[in-house]
Design a protein around this ligand. Structure first.
Ligand SMILES: Nc1ncnc2c1ncn2[C@@H]1O[C@H](COP(=O)(O)OP(=O)(O)OP(=O)(O)O)[C@@H](O)[C@H]1O
Length: 576
């Protein structure tokens, strides 16, 4: 937790919180002293003047205590909120640069819990640290000292009370701390199942798995609730037991103090002050114990957040980035081998090709052949195990990642749109794009018609994830977004399969006729032979291996796998 606070919490703010707290505690400790004074020298002697004088003093100290307390709460809240904001921002910046492998290791749901719930735990504990953790020790020592001053004999009562409290708090901590620690993991589980249910809601309904999913959610929900009920039942014991101990102490002090007053070895005012000090001692003791219960939970959260922040991102820009020859677009795979983290078999072996400006590369192969994996290596979403990927004449490992991503317009298999207008989404590709350029990209992507039909045009609102568009429309918008970019390589990862045959053909024709795109490199991953047939080079993939490379005519004549694909598609009426 200290590590998390370093550089994110200002030392001045901590000093201010300590300063205000010291003022508050001193005022609170001085008040019982004044109570003793007003009783002993004012009430008992009937000196009204003295009562007024001391009363004013008491009011002044009470106000001082309140003001200091408010100031402390203000500083503590501000520090903890700022800390939370900084942690969330740092976690986001870190995660956004994670490679796909690193993202998979922690998982999206856990990352969300860590950025929200875990950060809240840290914030709460920091408020406790800046209030109770400063207040409790000062109050404990100060009140013990002053209580002893008022009556050394009565202090013996703590020899009985404090061990009872220590045992009770020890038992609470023993049972509550592990349960508190488990809360974060259980929150993760709820988020995981909830998120899966939300994103897969249509599939769940279509497969009539509503009940199964409901049961799955109820399971993790119940697990969380059981844990929370257990821990809060234990915590609920604290207040009644503490009240019992405090009331018992009160009675003990009054009974024993009464005897001492009767024996004239204690003044009435001192006994009243002693009672207040005794309560302050017990409260401080309880506050310290509470801190020790809550800190382990926050510590568990801190470990989880530090894990995210400490993750070294393998995909980093080169420290000495080389210049890309953007005027000579080139895409080269030099005997590339790639394996997913933890996988036994490589997902790609010996992939080799070299493409230049104006050429189209198509990749075809069965499900799981490695097509998406191959194109994911181009923007360096993963690093190769052997060989090299080169873009515009440079190994992607020697480049600045941002520069590389600028030169690759990538349309992933799953079209992702963001909340905002159509224009906002298009500008993701190029901030400076004019409306004319956007309309042109939409036209090439065969998306112009359904956008222009709408009176709002480019201002049409896109809902979260593009939910107000059909799958095919989303895909075309995602393609248009990539086309708005001025890149060396345009990659379409199986995006045309979501389109009907006619639109697929029209889109590819428009790409060919477009002055900008036709002077760059186009990579098309496809399932249909018709989609890949007119490419300059077609790669045929099978089990991560390149089993064919050539033009449609060459492969059709010589390549068994390609012939098989053609045959299977003729049967489906999809003649190439
Ligand atoms: N993130 C991942 N971690 C581990 N293995 C993966 C991962 N993604 C894909 N794979 C594996 O790599 C292989 C190739 O997958 P890839 O997604 O590249 O296939 P594909 O040819 O694009 O298939 P499809 O046409 O179904 O999209 C598959 O065996 C798959 O199980």
């Amino acid at each position: 937790m200290i590590k998390l606070a370093k550089g994110r919490v200002s030392l001045w703010a901590i000093l201010a919180a300590v300063g205000f707290m010291i003022v508050q505690v001193i005022s609170s400790l001085y008040l019982p002293n004044l109570t003793a004074d007003i009783v002993n020298n004012g009430v008992v002697t009937g000196d009204i003047d003295y009562i007024w004088k001391t009363g004013y003093k008491m009011i002044a100290f009470a106000i001082l205590s309140v003001v200091a307390s408010v100031a402390n709460v203000y500083v503590a809240s501000k520090v903890s909120q700022k800390l939370g904001q900084r942690i969330r921002s740092d976690v986001y910046r870190k995660v956004i640069n994670y490679s796909h492998d690193e993202m998979d290791q922690i998982g999206a749901s856990s990352l969300i819990t860590r950025t929200t719930n875990d950060v809240t735990q840290i914030q709460n504990v920091w408020v406790m640290i800046l209030r109770m953790m400063i207040m409790a020790p000062i109050m404990l020592v100060g009140a013990a000292f002053l209580a002893y001053q008022k009556s050394p004999a009565l202090t013996n009562i703590f020899l009985i009370v404090l061990p009872i409290m220590a045992v009770f708090m020890g038992v609470v901590m023993y049972f509550a701390v592990p349960l508190f620690r488990a809360m974060q993991k259980k929150t993760d589980n709820i988020n995981l199942v909830f998120r899966e249910g939300l994103t897969g809601v249509r599939v769940i309904r279509a497969f009539r798995q509503d009940q199964f999913e409901q049961d799955r959610f109820d399971g993790v929900n119940k697990d969380y609730t059981n844990n929370a009920v257990k821990v809060f039942s234990i915590m609920a014991l604290m207040f009644p037991v503490m009240t019992l101990i405090m009331s018992g102490t009160n009675i003990g002090i009054t009974w024993w103090g009464g005897h001492l007053i009767a024996q004239q070895s204690l003044e009435t005012g001192n006994m009243i002050a002693f009672l207040t000090y005794a309560m302050q001692i017990l409260m401080s003791f309880m506050m310290l114990s509470m801190i020790f219960v809550f800190i382990p939970r926050a510590q568990a959260s801190a470990v989880r957040i530090n894990e995210v922040l400490a993750q070294t991102t393998t995909l980093q820009s080169s420290a000495t980035p080389k210049e890309m020859a953007t005027d000579k677009p080139q895409l080269r795979f030099d005997h590339v081998k790639f394996r997913y983290a933890g996988a036994e078999e490589p997902a790609l072996t010996d992939i080799d090709f070299d493409m230049h400006a104006g050429q189209t590369l198509a990749i075809i192969g069965g499900t799981g052949a490695g097509k998406s994996t191959l194109v994911n290596l181009m923007p360096r979403f993963y690093d190769v195990e052997e060989g090299a990927v080169e873009v515009d004449g440079q190994n992607v490992k020697d480049l600045d990642l941002q520069e590389l991503h600028r030169q690759i317009a990538f349309v992933p298999q799953k079209a992702n749109l963001f909340t905002g207008t159509v224009r906002d989404n298009m500008k993701y590709g190029n901030e400076d794009a004019t409306d004319d350029e956007i309309w042109h990209a939409l036209e090439v992507a065969q998306a112009k018609d359904f956008i222009s039909e709408n009176p709002e045009g480019l201002d049409y609102h896109v809902e979260q994830g593009g939910g107000n568009f059909s799958g095919g429309q989303r895909q075309r918008l995602a393609i248009a977004r990539a086309l708005v970019k001025d890149a060396s390589v345009y990659v379409f990862d199986d995006d045309f399969s979501a389109l009907d045959f006619k639109t697929d053909a029209e889109l590819r024709q428009a790409l060919k006729e477009d002055a900008k795109i036709s002077s760059r490199i186009v990579v098309i991953v496809g399932q249909r032979v018709s989609t890949v047939a007119d490419a300059d080079t077609i790669l045929v993939l099978e089990d991560g291996k390149m089993v064919g490379r050539g033009t449609h005519a060459e492969l059709k004549a010589t390549n068994d796998t390609y012939q098989e694909i053609i045959k299977s598609q003729i049967r489906e009426g999809d003649e190439a």
